[in-house]
Design a protein around this ligand. Structure first.
Ligand code: HEM
Length: 218
């Protein structure tokens, strides 16, 4: 019998508990334009530059928590995105990565770093970005490839997970690991709340990017 995540387990609660925030992130001006192929190379490069410090923090904290009795179960070097972002930036900004001064990015990074003092909350940040990259991210990668006529996946490494055979079974396993985390009910509720925070932190970054649409319009 295959064991799967349950409808009432932590994984399901994280998904349903953040549905409204997921919808908000999805329908932001910047994301909408990105999905319609209306964001140019500069805009996409700045999006990567904005995400870069977030992944840097996620991966640094993740390594520090790799042996943590709860969080350790989720850490997987095959998910790391930092070097993929650097490879992609060479494609989208060959003359050098742009700068993107951002209060929203600084807030997001600070929140991820703060989980070092409250490691169960790291689970929420790990889930929000990495499961997102393996879910909607896959569709975003395909849309970008089509919009920019990329047939060799060049510039789209963010959506490629060479260490993961297929996203679906990986995500099923990940959800099962979430359900099996040895955390109290109180911590489960705190993790669900932190997922909502993580989505809002993403939306704040997208809102900043959205204010530059005059420069990004394609
Ligand atoms: C335009 C943007 C987006 C689209 C079209 C999109 C679409 C989707 C879709 C269709 C799924 C379900 C996939 C499945 O069942 O396997 C999904 C799941 C998910 N997305 Fe998004 N998404 C977008 C943006 C985001 C953003 C910005 C984040 C977070 C930063 C995010 C995080 C997630 C997460 C964590 C899941 C997994 C939900 C779960 O099964 O627990 N998504 N997304």
């Amino acid at each position: 019998m295959t064991v799967t995540a349950t409808e009432t387990g932590l994984a399901a609660r994280m998904r349903t508990g953040s549905q409204a925030e997921h919808n908000d992130a999805e329908s932001s001006v910047f994301m909408n334009a990105l999905l319609k192929g209306e964001v140019n190379e500069t805009g996409y490069a700045e999006y990567l530059v904005a995400l870069r410090p977030v992944y840097e923090a996620l991966e640094k904290v993740g390594r520090e928590l790799a042996d943590h009795p709860v969080v350790g179960a989720l850490i997987d070097a095959g998910l790391e995105r930092l070097s993929a972002i650097d490879v992609d930036l060479e494609h989208w900004a060959p003359a050098g990565a742009p700068t993107f001064e951002s209060k929203a990015v600084a807030n997001y990074v600070a929140r991820v770093n703060a989980t070092l003092d409250d490691p169960v909350l790291y689970v929420a940040h790990h889930y929000t970005r990495y499961l997102g990259d393996l879910s909607g991210g896959q569709a975003i990668g395909k849309l970008l490839g089509r919009a920019f006529d990329i047939d060799d996946k060049s510039g789209l490494s963010l959506y490629e997970f060479p260490a993961i055979d297929k996203p679906k079974p990986f995500k099923d396993g990940y959800r099962l690991r979430l359900d099996e985390l040895d955390v109290s009910e109180e911590d489960r509720a705190r993790i669900v709340e932190e997922v909502r925070v993580a989505f809002s932190l993403n939306s704040a970054v997208f809102a900043e990017l959205g204010r530059n649409m005059d420069r990004y319009q394609r």
